[in-house]
Structure formats: structure tokens, C-alpha cells
Design a protein around this ligand. Structure first.
Ligand code: PMT
Length: 405
């Protein structure tokens, strides 16, 4: 199926009988991975209700330039900037004429004027209106200005005549929309990433944790989105902002992370465990704050029990996602990382020397060695964002190779 993963499509609906098809078009665009927002002309609302398209798109439907509420939520310039593609389907002869003449006399034409992303129109009208010389001249003008035309198709029309002017079918429109975007290395893939530390409660005010900031995991989420994937990020406690177009699930403890990962992993093509997961947790967290002197001889013992190994559990799933671990080591970096690759049955591991504070926890840079069954590659010291891009490239290539075997 065509991929529109992470793409934002502004669907313009104008007033023609084929407006009813926009309901199905929204669904098919969403199936292909797109986020859809809808703008309707006044005439379109005579053919299909804004409520229907709002329910299907999951977003408010925009209709009026002068609607103060809509402008406060997302102004028309913001909406034009939001779109990766404006697709007008169905596009009437009147709309095409107004667009060709640079008019901004309603919200949809204004958005098109303000939009710097591609614009595509899918004409729908009577065959005589389509072949009319003025409509053809309008099409030529728009084509010269970079506007794409999807269709029209030919066949029996609502008016009973036969000829060119039919709106293309929703799946044809989705294919044409997808073809506008260059395909990327993780196009159509779903990537699940964990990041940050986990926290294990000792009592209501104290916990066991580690120094992970989440920076490397968040950078990987961003790089996976750049590579065209849809990304779910399961984050332990961090103060980092969620990268654009990433679905984030916040957790605190290892057991919460374990449950969240297992719920998501079966729908994922790739799993990347960057989180610094606590291997142990207090066996009996105390409900009230532990008071000084509660231990004996100025010592206090806390019994720890082992946490589940999240990544090893993911690697046992059938079918399992392409499973990538990170190994934080302070000595024998490559030897220990290779041992984890084998014992946890991973497809790849990224070895990270955390004894050097310039490339470990909370640093902005990293230096790693990526290891897989047959080979390894050193990624020299660079920003965590660039490390993430290199790691994503290696993962995409190895995952593709594994699918072929
Ligand atoms: O967050 P930053 O400040 O940017 O720092 C980045 C980092 C140092 C945390 C990151 O680069 C890193 O090395 N992450 C892995 C940390 C870690 O827990 O390593 P480990 O060697 O203990 O675990 C190996 C793998 O098993 C990891 O993929 C880990 O997520 C996973 N694991 C570990 C224990 C457990 N119970 N469940 C797991 O899934």
C-alpha cells in the first residue's frame, strides 16, 4: 500500500456531487498513515455535513475565514504552514477558476495562496464544463504554476452524460498523493523506542534510578521520523520536549515500561531499547516515608529483586520486531556488548562507553560501536542527533537485509 506516514494533508472539499466521496478519501488517506484536516467551501456543506468530515478526520473542519474561534485554535496561515500537501477533492470548475485567477475570496483559496507546500486538485464536473476552453486555460495556468492535477477520470457522470470529468477513486488519489513525496528509508515502518531512565520506588519520597537524560533516545525518535517512520516513544522521567510527529507514552518504573512496550511491540517493525532500565527494584517498597533510625546500627538494608528484561522479552516474540539494544559499559566495551547481543538474542547492539562523561549519560555528544552478527561499525564522536541518524541508516539497511533472508 502507498505510504503517507507522518504526512499532513489538508483536504479541501468544494461543492460538487462527488463531495460524498471525500468521506472515504479521508479514511484511505489515514490508512496510508496521513494526518488529515479538512477545509470546506460553503457550497460543499450543501452536499455533505461538516460534522461527518469532522468525525472521520478527528479534527475540527475549517469553513470560514472570519471565524474567531477557529482562528484562535489554528489560524489560516498556521494551517497553510501545517500542510505537507493541499489536496482539493472534489475541485469544481468554479474553484479551479478562482485558484487560477489568484483569488482569495474564501478560506480554501486563501490557504492555497498562503501555502508553500505542493497543491493538487482533483477535478469533478460535467464533461462539457471540463472540456470548455476556459476551464482548460485555467488548468494550463495552474499547471504552469506548479499545481498538480489528479485526473479527472472518464466515464458515466451523475448528470447522465459520459466523458471526462469524473473524480478519481479515493485509492487512486492516495497513490497520486504518495507519489509526490520521495520515499524514505523507513517509509511505512513503525518504530518503537524506549528512552530515559526508569525509577524504582523505595518509599513515597525516595527512589533508585540512574543518570540517563533521554537525549540519545529522543534523538533516535527524531531521526526515525526524518527517515519516514511512524514512531512511538516510551519515555521514563525526563524534561525533554516530545519531538514533532512522535507519539509519546510516559512511564516511571521498569514494570510500567515493560507493560507499555509489550502492548506496542507486536505492532512494531523495529524496537530500539535506548532506555537505561533499572535491573533491580526494591522488593518491598514502603508505603510511608522511612524515618531515620529505622535501620539497625546506622545501616538500612533494602532487599532488591530483579526486574523483567524488557528487550530480551521483545526478542522472544514471534514474529518479533527487528530488535536493537544499547549497551552502557564502563569497561570491556566491545566484549560485554557482544555478550549482550547474544544472550538477549538481539539483531543489533550499540555499544556506549559511559565511563567518558563527554559521550555518555546526559552529554550532547556520543561515540559508539554498532555491532551485528556479521560485522561492526564505529561511529566517531559527534552530536547525539548525528549518531542517531547513522544508527537509523544501519538499522534500516540490516532490517531490509533480514526481510530478504
Ligand atoms: O539518555 P542519555 O543521557 O542520552 O544517555 C544515553 C545512554 C547512555 C542511556 C544510552 O546511550 C545507552 O547506552 N542506553 C542503554 C543503557 C542500558 O541500560 O544499558 P544495559 O547495558 O544495562 O542494557 C542493555 C540493553 O538491555 C539496553 O537496550 C536496555 O534498554 C535493555 N534492558 C536492560 C535491562 C532490563 N531490565 N530491560 C532491558 O530492556
Amino acid at each position: 500500500m502507498s505510504s503517507l506516514t507522518n504526512k499532513r494533508i489538508l483536504l479541501g472539499v468544494t461543492g460538487g456531487i462527488a463531495a460524498y466521496k471525500s468521506a472515504e478519501l479521508i479514511r484511505r488517506l489515514q490508512d496510508a498513515g496521513a494526518e488529515v484536516r479538512v477545509v470546506m467551501t460553503a457550497a460543499a456543506t450543501e452536499f455533505i455535513t461538516p460534522l461527518t468530515l469532522q468525525a472521520l478526520s478527528g479534527n475540527p473542519v475549517y469553513q470560514d475565514m472570519l471565524d474567531a474561534d477557529a482562528e484562535a485554535a489554528m489560524g489560516h496561515i498556521q494551517l497553510a504552514r501545517w500542510a505537507d500537501l493541499v489536496l482539493v477533492a472534489p475541485a469544481t470548475a468554479d474553484f479551479i477558476a478562482r485558484l487560477a485567477n489568484g483569488q482569495g475570496n474564501d478560506l480554501l483559496t486563501t490557504l492555497c495562496l498562503a501555502c508553500t507546500s505542493p497543491i493538487a486538485v482533483a477535478p469533478s464536473m460535467n464533461q462539457a464544463m471540463w472540456t470548455n476552453q476556459v476551464t482548460q486555460q485555467n488548468q494550463d495556468n495552474l499547471l504552469q504554476n506548479g499545481v498538480r492535477f489528479f485526473g479527472p477520470g472518464e466515464g458515466l457522470q451523475a448528470c447522465g452524460e459520459t466523458g471526462p470529468g469524473r473524480l478519481l477513486e479515493p485509492l487512486q488519489l492516495v497513490d497520486l498523493a504518495a507519489a509526490i513525496f520521495p520515499s524514505s528509508i523507513l517509509s511505512g515502518k513503525h518504530v518503537l523506542i524506549t528512552a530515559g531512565p526508569t525509577r524504582e520506588a523505595i518509599d513515597p519520597v525516595r527512589y533508585i534510578s540512574n543518570h540517563s537524560s533521554g537525549k540519545q533516545g529522543f534523538a533516535l525518535a527524531e531521526a526515525a521520523v526524518e527517515a519516514g517512520a511512524s514512531v512511538t516513544l516510551i519515555a521514563g522521567p525526563t524534561h525533554l520536549q516530545t519531538p514533532d510527529r512522535v507519539q509519546r507514552i510516559d512511564v516511571i518504573s521498569t514494570q510500567e515500561m515493560f507493560s507499555a512496550v509489550l502492548a506496542e511491540a507486536k505492532n512494531s517493525d523495529i524496537y530500539i531499547g535506548v532506555a537505561a532500565v533499572a535491573d533491580f527494584r526494591p522488593a518491598h517498597p514502603v508505603e510511608q516515608k522511612i524515618k531515620k533510625g529505622q535501620g539497625s546500627n546506622e545501616t538500612l538494608s533494602i532487599e532488591l529483586i530483579e526486574n523483567p528484561d524488557i528487550i530480551a522479552t521483545v526478542a522472544e516474540l514471534d514474529p518479533k520486531p527487528f530488535t536493537v539494544g544499547f549497551a552502557a559499559e564502563t569497561d570491556n566495551l566491545i566484549e560485554y556488548a557482544k555478550a549482550k547481543l547474544i544472550s538477549k538474542r538481539l539483531d543489533m547492539i550499540v555499544a556506549n562507553d559511559v565511563s567518558d562523561s563527554s559521550i555518555g549519560f546526559n552529554s550532547d555528544e556520543n561515540k559508539t560501536t554498532v555491532i551485528w552478527d556479521s560485522d561492526q561499525k564505529v561511529i566517531p564522536q559527534m552530536s547525539k542527533h548525528n549518531v542517531a541518524r547513522e544508527v537509523i541508516e544501519l538499522i534500516a539497511a540490516r532490517q531490509k537485509a533480514r526481510l530478504r533472508t
